[in-house]
Ligand binder design. Structure first.
Ligand code: GLN
Length: 267
């Protein structure tokens, strides 16, 4: 960034020499640009608090613990990042579908097993990816659903605004898509026979399958030709200073063994 700024200043000065613009005005403009850029990260962390949005309905990455507090792999990870950055992490539990639009207003960043997508990249930036995932298909025990073709024309339960929702709504022909705010509600409707299957990320699918063992089965998305996804922390667009700090903290957490411990504890 600094190098870019220097180049920019050289450019401005050269332009000024050629066009004889007022040096005072030029310095003022360049100065406030730099201040604003610096202020980006400072603003978010300056109060010593990182406000993090999540949707605590996505075990083992985030769930509400017995004391009513958000817990899970993502929550522990972002708290470890906060510790490295010397800030307190405050977690706001909200609907998954509201997270991206709340960054920069209600929350500073979001961690929610959130897959990096081009569409989301239009509104937010992402940290380095920290986990690889794939969509799974939860079916009733004994179901004949086994391939991508079997999903055509089915009634599919999904969590609203998730990549599972996008696959069911956009990529499979003739589906009826029932969207829920909580993945578990989709699974409950599977148990009630209101949907034929549920498309949801691998790890929550495995958690739900073991919770309702004998009643449902979780099938690997590879057998439906679903692609690999990557989870990352969603960040305010353009705040490269904050992104650098969070990525550096993430690197440290991976290097010092904390990351592996969190995987062992939660996943
Ligand atoms: N990984 C999925 C997505 O980003 C689901 C995330 C979630 O439900 N918390 O859309």
């Amino acid at each position: 960034m600094k190098k870019l700024l220097a180049l920019f200043l050289v450019g401005v000065m050269t332009t000024c020499m050629l066009t004889a613009c007022g040096s005072k005005e030029t310095n003022g403009a360049a100065g406030s640009d730099a201040a604003q850029e610096e202020a980006g990260a400072e603003d978010v962390l300056a109060d010593g608090v990182l406000t993090v949005g999540t949707n605590a309905e996505f075990p083992p990455f985030e769930f509400v613990d017995d004391n009513g507090e958000p817990d899970g792999f993502d929550i522990a990870l972002i708290k470890a990042i906060g510790e490295k950055l010397g800030v307190t992490v405050e977690v706001e539990n909200m609907e998954f579908d509201s997270l991206v639009s709340s960054i920069g207003s209600k929350i500073d960043v979001a961690i929610a097993g959130m897959t990096v997508t081009d569409e989301r990249k239009g509104s937010v930036d992402f940290s380095s990816p920290y986990y690889e995932a794939v969509q799974y298909v939860i079916v009733p025990a004994g179901s004949e659903i086994a391939t991508a073709e079997d999903l055509v024309g089915k009634t599919i339960g999904v969590q609203l605004g998730t990549t599972g929702d996008f696959i069911a709504s956009d990529d499979i022909a003739d589906t009826t898509v029932n969207q829920y705010n909580k993945g578990v509600d989709a699974v409950n409707d599977l148990l009630n026979g209101r949907v034929d299957c549920v498309i949801i990320d691998k790890n929550p699918a495995l958690v739900f399958a073991s919770k309702f063992e004998g009643q449902v089965v979780a099938l690997d998305g590879a057998q439906f030709e679903f692609g690999v996804e990557e989870y990352a922390i969603a960040l305010p667009k353009g705040d490269t200073a904050l992104a650098e700090k969070i990525n550096a903290a993430l690197e440290e957490i991976k290097a010092d063994g904390t990351f592996d411990k969190l995987v062992e504890t939660y996943i």
